[in-house]
Design a binder for this molecule. Structure first.
Ligand code: MLC
Ligand code: AMP
Length: 512
């Protein structure tokens, strides 16, 4: 049976393919017919280049309609889509290419020279470009080709995408997502969140992560409706566009920034039937300020790269079941969640432990890391998320912290280990500890605490550390501040006490 994600989504396309799928920044419209033709042309080009089903296609481009159609073309012909954050530096990309060994890399024209060099070293046979408007060598090469009509017949367990997610060791892991993972999530969310004909989603998220790519786009396509598709989040633009939309999805920073706009009023938001927040904790104060100002409750849901969406607050509110601040709601249909201690013993309601998940949304494993994969799965197939949580007596899931050493800044994950490795390698540094501190805009801000080395003589400064990080790491990972200490606080086992650092420097950004 063919379970190709493209075909599952296409089942929801409107029968009138002239209907709009995307309205762009310049006000132009693209139809479902445009989507089918362009995705089909990219699929034809991949086949002509010799890309085979199962091969990886790595893409580091700006957000554009063609970037979405490329994603769909890759999936359609059975290859594996591998999106990369545009912020990643050459050093970061080199690792992804050597690990994933893609058959094709698509990059921004301005990074072509650097990427070709990296691609050659990693044995990647093809490099093409795509610019911010969706033009470039890839689109040129596809323009005369006849679109592929028939999708590659994929099984539910075949790979559709690999998304890299950093690890506590500092080494990124490629989460392997199948056609079945992605389609089960899209169909579940479409029903759960009441998607209906005529919906129009305001899309301002990046499209290289689960939230903007799968949750927003797949759900819209499975519903055959429209997106107003903007290159990035901009609160002032959102105010102009919200009155013409019916659904908005965002990370908490979007809602914090909207609330900072005096023009964000009930009237502006009146046509929106659903505001969704996720990817990072939504503060109760944001949830409450939003309800007070707008008269609507944000629907907070919880997910991760490895599982797509896991839980959601209720869409239809009843006196009994409401969207509750500080909770992420209930497991999606067909998804099971439980809370367990570190040995896998399942805990009672209200007890705090690690959240574990099982269901059709749960990924196939980490790319070429069978041992790492095995470590994260329980014998009965539950995946341990690394998120500390509890399920309350009514069944609402609460995410109360993280067992993994992770910072989430503006919805992006930053693993301290990766930053510490870069800082520790600098002359003048003895050791460092990276923590996330409360930040009014980003939720958490990456902050480094450094012990200088006496060996190298010099007095390394905050600016030098930030500059060195900027060379090797995407901007969102670069510490916003660096503090110096005589010694890092350690417990009796010699482990750095990050909780203490978070306490000491906790006020740093409060007034920012
Ligand atoms: C940008 N910067 C950030 C940052 N984004 N720094 C820390 N954290 C971030 N998230 C840097 C910029 O490079 C710049 O640095 C400086 O901060 C100020 O930038 P800005 O203009 O304020 O940022 P902006 O471009 O407006 O971006 C902020 C943002 C964006 C919140 C709109 O980060 C964003 O769209 N985040 C969404 C992330 C997301 O989609 N996550 C989903 C993951 S999926 P400098 O040094 O250049 O001045 C997932 C699963 C799930 O988690 O459950 O959904
Ligand atoms: P990522 O690896 O980028 O997919 O990030 C997934 C992580 O984001 C999860 O493991 C959680 O720690 C966090 N996360 C996502 N949604 C929420 C939420 N609503 N509340 C708290 N944390 C969240």
């Amino acid at each position: 049976m063919n379970e190709n994600l493209y075909d599952v989504l296409a089942d929801g396309f409107p029968s009138d393919r002239a209907r709009t799928v995307m309205e762009l920044e310049d006000g132009s419209h693209l139809s479902y017919a445009d989507l089918e033709a362009q995705a089909g042309r990219y699929a034809a080009l991949l086949i002509a280049l010799g890309v085979e089903p199962g091969d990886r296609v790595a893409v580091q481009t700006d957000k554009s309609a063609n970037a979405v159609f490329l994603y769909l073309g890759v999936v359609k012909m059975g290859a594996v889509y591998l999106p990369l954050n545009v912020g990643y530096t050459g050093a970061e990309i080199a690792y992804f290419l050597s690990d994933a060994t893609p058959a094709l890399v698509v990059c921004r024209p301005e990074s072509e020279a650097a990427l070709r060099e990296i691609a050659t070293k990693s044995g990647v046979p093809h490099v093409h470009t795509m610019d911010a408007a969706g033009g470039g060598s890839l689109t040129d090469a596809a323009s005369d080709l006849a679109p592929v009509i028939q999708s590659h017949p994929a099984a539910a367990g075949d790979l559709a995408a690999i998304l890299y997610t950093s690890g506590t060791t500092g080494r990124s892991k490629g989460a392997m997502l199948t056609h079945g993972n992605l389609s089960s999530n899209a169909l579940a969310l479409k029903d759960l969140w009441g998607f209906r004909p005529g919906d129009r989603l305001l899309h301002m998220l990046p499209i290289f992560h689960v939230h903007g790519l799968f949750v927003a786009i797949n759900t819209t396509l499975a519903n055959g409706s429209e997106m107003v598709f903007l290159p990035k989040f901009d609160a002032a633009r959102a105010l102009e566009l919200l009155p013409r939309c019916s659904v908005m999805m965002g990370v908490p920073t979007f809602y914090v920034r909207l609330l900072a706009e005096a023009g964000f009023t009930r009237e502006v938001a009146a046509g929106i039937r659903l505001f969704v927040s996720g990817s990072a904790p939504l503060l109760e104060e944001t949830f409450e300020a939003f309800e007070q100002r707008i008269g609507q409750r944000i629907l907070e849901r919880y997910g991760m790269t490895e599982c797509g969406m896991i839980t959601s607050n209720p869409y239809a509110e009843t006196p009994e079941w409401q969207r509750r601040a500080g909770t992420v709601g209930f497991a999606l249909p067909d998804v099971e969640v439980r809370v367990a201690d570190e040995n896998g013993r399942v805990l009672e309601r209200e007890e705090i432990g690690v959240l574990e998940v099982k269901g059709p949304n749960v990924f196939k494993g980490y790319w070429q890391m069978p041992e790492k994969t095995a470590e994260e799965f329980r014998p009965d197939g539950f995946f341990a998320t690394g998120d500390m949580s509890k399920i309350d007596t009514e069944g609402y899931v609460h995410i109360v912290g993280r067992a993994k050493d992770l910072v989430i800044s503006g919805g992006y994950n930053v693993y301290p280990k990766e930053i510490e490795l870069v800082i520790d390698a600098l002359p003048g540094v003895a050791e460092s500890a990276v923590v996330g501190l409360p930040h009014p805009d980003f939720g958490e801000a990456v902050t480094a605490v450094v012990k200088r080395s006496t060996l190298d003589g010099g007095e390394i400064a905050e600016e030098a550390i930030i500059e060195a990080c900027t060379k090797d790491l995407a901007r969102f990972k670069v510490p916003k501040r660096v503090f110096f200490v005589e010694d890092l606080p350690r417990n009796t086992m010699g482990k750095v006490q990050k909780a203490e650092l978070r306490k000491t420097y906790g006020e740093t950004f409060r007034a920012a």
